[in-house]
Write a protein that binds this ligand. Structure first.
Ligand code: ZN
Length: 82
């Protein structure tokens, strides 16, 4: 049985979902999906490594979702990653 892989929006590496934090967009609202069960379009970022320091500067989630992210959400993502 193969484990489904997801791509980190920052480093573009394919990883298992357990190694990634999921951010979800639904009806224009973003949330950090700590349980991995939220409905909506998701984008993933590595939980460990440099990606948490790079996503803001590289606008990785903005590119993935094709819209701007609020500062609140960025803070929430960073909180989960540290
Ligand atoms: Zn990464």
């Amino acid at each position: 049985m193969s484990t489904p892989l997801r791509m980190c929006v920052v480093c573009r590496q394919m990883k298992e979902k357990s190694e990634l934090l999921r951010v979800v967009k639904k009806d224009g609202d973003f949330s950090v999906d700590t349980m991995g069960k939220a409905q909506g379009r998701g984008a993933y970022i590595c939980k460990v490594g440099d990606c948490c320091e790079k996503f803001e500067k590289q606008h990785s989630f903005e590119r993935a979702f094709k819209c701007a992210l609020g500062q609140d959400l960025k803070e929430a993502i960073k909180k989960e990653l540290i």
